[in-house]
Design a protein around this ligand. Sequence first.
Ligand SMILES: CC(C)(COP(=O)(O)OP(=O)(O)OC[C@H]1O[C@@H](n2cnc3c(N)ncnc32)[C@H](O)[C@@H]1OP(=O)(O)O)[C@@H](O)C(=O)NCCC(=O)NCCS
Length: 147
Amino acid sequence: MKVTISPFGIETYDEVFALWRQCDGIGLSDADSRDNIRAYLERNPGLSFIATVDGAVVGAILAGHDGRRGYIHHLAVHPKFRRRGIARQLVDRCLKLLTASDIGKCHIFIFNKNADGLAFWTSVGWLWREDISVMSKNIETVESDGR
Ligand SMILES: CC(C)(COP(=O)(O)OP(=O)(O)OC[C@H]1O[C@@H](n2cnc3c(N)ncnc32)[C@H](O)[C@@H]1OP(=O)(O)O)[C@@H](O)C(=O)NCCC(=O)NCCS
C-alpha cells in the first residue's frame, strides 16, 4: 500500500470533511465550513496535509501557528487505514514545518473521552497537561458595553 502525503488544498475539502464526519473524536462545528477552512489554510500556508491511497483521501491534519505556539486540529485517519503509521507521518510533517518556523511547542485539543486519540498522542511522545483546562466563549453575539 503506497501512502502519499501532500498539502491540503481547499479543492479536497469535501473528501476531508466526509472523512472527519466518519471519525469519532473529531468535533465539527461552524468553524469547519468550507469558507472557514479556506481561511485557515490561507492563514497557515503549506502546514496542513492529506494522506491518500490510490487517489482517495484516507487521512488529514490541520496545522498552524500564531507566531509563538503551534496548533494541530482534526487529525483523522479512515478506520480501515489505521495502525499503519499514517497519523504519525502526518504529525511529523507538520512538526518539521512548525520547527522550521521557529515554533518551539505545539498544542492539541482532545476530548477527555477520546481513548484512541489519547493513546495515539501519548505513544508519539505528547504529554497530557493536568495543569491546564480549556475555557471557551461564543463571541458572535457579544455586545459592546460602551466602554
Ligand atoms: C488517532 C488516529 C488519528 C491514529 O491514527 P493511526 O494512523 O491509526 O495512528 P498510527 O498508526 O500512526 O499510530 C502510531 C502509534 O500510536 C499508537 N496508537 C494509535 N492508535 C491507537 C489505539 N487506538 N490504541 C492504542 N494505541 C494506538 C500506537 O502505539 C501506534 O503504533 P503501533 O501501531 O506501531 O502500535 C486515528 O485513530 C483516528 O483518526 N481517530 C479518530 C479521530 C481522532 O480521534 N483524532 C484525534 C483528535 S485529537
